[in-house]
Design a protein around this ligand. Structure first.
Ligand SMILES: [Zn+2]
Length: 588
């Protein structure tokens, strides 16, 4: 939020967070930090901490945390600029007049304005290409064949990017400075450094932000070109995780109907909207993110997830469920019969059939139970796997009575003795309570000791932080860890050779990662050494080798019994030996 060199940054440097927060909360010194009763939730023992050295606060009870500006924003319910002004006043820092924007800010604003203009013009250009060129008309015929009529094409602003690779470039190069064209995401550079059209021989779908400004495009390949879907890269006006396709058009009906249909791609969203259900949005290529859910929750909390029934779609739906449930959404899941996505289903079965299924879409727990039942339920182990698959979701049901009802249903449907199931639920719940006092969803996110130490060292160890960051990055040791994103932002900060600012980095992270980062940053870690860093890295390397070993073992077992040791099997067996050697305890 506070960019380097800006007024906000200067205020942050000069302000004393302990003094500012001390005006609102009675703080007592506690070790290196200050502690008090949290002003954001009611409590009797202090779990609210302020770090004077790192200049941020964090509540171990409710997870509130951030820098001095965030605190004032939350307490006084003011915007960021007002918070900066308030803090400056409290600390006696002269405030520049409101008009005096920094030149950078002015330039950024201008750039954003030009980018929005370029996208608007590009959308018109693509539409004109669809209707006015032979190649475009062929694309149009293809779309008509897929069931989109001209009315729908104009309603959703669908256009066409030709195969030549320079028609958009030619139309724009006289009008806009090359610098702006370059950041627009509509062009790429060839080996000679020349800009050319990023989208070629593709049907173009404009992607708008929630106020209806076109900020990006999705291009669908004609025929078998790869990738099938190509989207704009992130630009100053487009952040993928903040945009829901069709939200700008869906807003009104989302409020009126008080529910949303969530689909994967723009073709699905268009098909559903055309079927007379305007309250549909698409997460568009990415799996659903927390900012997207927050955006949607501004309009409704009742959501019907209708992703593709293929494996990838199912996995995406299940990932989305977790995020939706955490954000307190009321979720139902529609899995269309015959393995169809919404677009193909509506084309073959019609709008009325779709609307009917939508109405009957089961609550997410029913959907999950039916998924679990498809697992192998003939063995105790299989049943356990099914229960473990369901448990994380069931635990997220906030209401205790509802949770208990679901336990009964799961027991019946999976033919598990109910007391056994309840016992494992009770155990899971009590383990969570003893593990953390904080909100239960933090469980499992707490990070293994080696990861926590590495995060601490990247923040604290001035002597070897960048060397450590390089080493993690070189082997990509952070991939797949629960602290992956935290380590990634830290490594990035270390690459810039700056001392990482936990509160600033926290702002770039999603809620759970932010909390984890703050918690780790608050632990007063013992002084670290390069040797300790190495031993933490060894833990990660070992964990990775163990994972590979069990994957290899599974592959080996998947060879039918009695199969002769062909090349592939021999390779796996050798790999297994190699990993075993590596994992063997060192000789004393
Ligand atoms: Zn709190």
């Amino acid at each position: 939020m506070a960019e380097a060199g800006s007024f906000a940054d200067r205020v942050k440097q000069q302000a004393d967070i302990v003094r500012v927060i001390g005006e609102y909360v009675r703080l007592k010194k506690s070790g290196q930090n200050f502690a008090g009763l949290c002003p954001f939730h009611s409590e009797k023992t202090p779990s609210f901490s302020v770090s004077a050295t790192k200049q941020f606060y964090y509540c171990f009870g409710c997870g509130a945390g951030g820098d001095v500006f965030k605190f004032v924003m939350e307490m006084d319910k003011v915007t960021f600029p007002d918070s900066v002004r308030a803090v400056a006043e409290k600390c006696g820092i002269a405030i520049p007049r409101a008009k005096e924007r920094t030149p950078e800010e002015r330039k950024e604003n201008q750039q954003r304005t030009s980018l929005v203009e370029i996208h608007k013009e590009a959308a018109a250009f693509f539409v004109q290409q669809l209707n006015g060129t032979p190649e475009g008309r062929a694309a149009k015929a293809y779309l008509l064949d897929r069931g989109l009529d001209s009315e729908a094409m104009s309603r959703f602003g669908i256009g066409f990017a030709s195969s030549g690779g320079e028609s958009l470039m030619r139309a724009f190069q006289q009008k806009y400075p090359e610098k702006v064209l370059e950041v627009s995401g509509l062009f790429s550079r060839d080996q000679n450094g020349r800009l050319f059209d990023r989208f070629r021989r593709r049907v173009m779908f404009p992607i708008a932000n929630d106020s209806g400004q076109i900020v990006a495009f999705g291009g669908r390949a004609l025929g078998d070109d790869l990738p099938k879907y190509l989207n704009s890269p992130e630009t100053p006006i487009y952040t993928k995780s903040n945009i829901l396709y069709h939200l700008d058009r869906a807003k009104e009906s989302l409020r009126q109907s008080d529910f949303a249909v969530l689909v994967e791609g723009y073709m699905d969203a268009i098909a559903v909207a055309r079927a007379g259900i305007p309250n549909v949005v698409a997460s568009c290529g990415t799996s659903l993110t927390e900012p997207q859910v927050k955006l949607l929750n501004r309009f409704t909390r009742r959501i019907i997830v209708n992703y593709d029934p293929d494996t990838a779609g199912q996995a995406a739906a299940e990932r989305s469920l977790t995020i939706l449930l955490e954000q307190g959404a009321e979720v139902r899941v529609l899995a269309l019969p015959g393995g169809k996505d919404p677009d193909s289903f509506i084309r073959s079965e019609g709008a009325a059939a779709y609307a009917k299924l939508l109405k009957e879409a089961p609550p997410y727990v029913d959907y999950l139970i039916s998924r679990a039942r498809k697992m192998d339920m003939s063995t105790g182990e299989g049943k356990l796997r099914a229960v473990n698959f369901l448990m994380p979701y069931v635990q997220r049901i906030p209401d205790r009575i509802l949770r208990s009802e679901w336990a009964t249903r799961i027991a019946q449907q999976l033919r598990i003795e109910e007391p056994v199931l309840r016992e494992s639920m009770r155990k899971a719940a009590s383990e969570r309570r003893s593990e953390v006092k904080a909100r239960p969803e933090l469980v499992g996110r707490i990070g293994k000791p080696a990861e926590r130490r590495l995060v601490q060292m990247l923040i604290e160890a001035d002597e070897f932080r960048s060397k450590l960051a390089q080493e993690i990055l070189a082997e990509e040791l952070h991939r797949g860890l629960e602290s992956e994103r935290i380590l990634a932002v830290l490594i990035e900060a270390c690459a810039l050779n700056t001392k990482p600012d936990a509160s600033a980095l926290g702002m770039a992270l999603e809620d759970r990662d932010r909390r984890l980062l703050f918690e780790i940053a608050f632990e007063s870690g013992a002084p670290s050494s390069w040797e300790e860093a190495q031993s933490c890295l060894d833990v990660l390397r070992r964990r990775r080798a163990e994972e590979e070993l069990s994957a290899v073992q599974r592959q080996i077992e998947s060879f039918a019994a009695g199969a002769t040791a062909g090349g592939e099997l021999r390779r796996l067996l050798e790999r297994k030996q190699e990993l075993r050697r590596r994992l063997a305890p060192p000789v004393q």
